[in-house]
Design a protein around this ligand. Structure first.
Ligand SMILES: [Zn+2]
Length: 207
């Protein structure tokens, strides 16, 4: 079934095993440990359940800034069919504001890398959430320097553009809901998260 053999190490188990077809950073065995999330609607897609395996590699990416972990997760999201279905509908892509806050707490902003990769691959302009979602201008200006445009730049009375809002983990969905509600008069919003921790966190703690 999988005929793509690579010499690259898997970013997850660090072994040279057979990778999933067309995947550079993730071996087939590790891929099998992930559980697709049930949270999938027309406008909100969470790709995987937030299991111990996924949490481990996300922590590697966010707290250690491990570039292989980041690449592995970006690959996992960008090659997913659900991601592609959402991207086909999107005019713009935007990171959730929570991702910026984690960056300011000294963590790597995984969502920023993810949004940049998806934007480049699909020729989408990047937007950032309204300034009211940030604590001050200084924080916002960090995003402006990295090629994001303010939401106001593109809303048009004649066309209702679609924005794909991206976050790493959805927990209560509160942040995504607030951002979505604030711009839903001007834009149609689609939501994409790597992981869904809504049902999973409690039962998964012991592992
Ligand atoms: Zn592996």
């Amino acid at each position: 079934m999988y005929n793509h053999v690579t010499q690259e190490k898997c970013s997850f188990c660090l072994e040279k095993k057979q990778h999933i077809q067309n995947f550079r950073y993730l071996c087939n065995d590790c891929f099998q440990l992930l559980r697709p999330a049930k949270l999938k609607t027309n406008c909100l897609v969470s790709l995987y359940e937030y299991t111990a395996e996924l949490r481990y590699i996300l922590l590697q990416a966010k707290t250690c800034g491990d570039k292989f972990a980041i690449s592995c997760l970006v690959e996992l999201v960008s090659k997913n069919i659900y991601t592609q279905l959402l991207l086909e509908q999107a005019d713009f892509i935007m990171p959730a504001p929570s991702s910026l806050w984690s960056r300011l707490r000294g963590k790597t902003d995984f969502t920023w890398f993810l949004v940049r990769a998806l934007a480049q691959k699909n020729n989408l302009e990047r937007l950032y959430p309204q300034r009211s979602f940030y604590w001050n201008w200084n924080k916002r200006s960090k995003l402006e320097r990295s090629g994001y445009y303010p939401l106001e730049s593109f809303h048009s009375p004649s066309k209702r553009y679609t924005v794909l809002l991206v976050d790493d983990v959805i927990t209560t969905g509160h942040t995504l809901h607030m951002v979505g509600r604030s711009i839903s008069a001007y834009y149609r919003i689609l939501y994409l998260t790597l992981a869904n921790s809504r049902n999973y966190l409690k039962g998964d703690k012991k592992r």
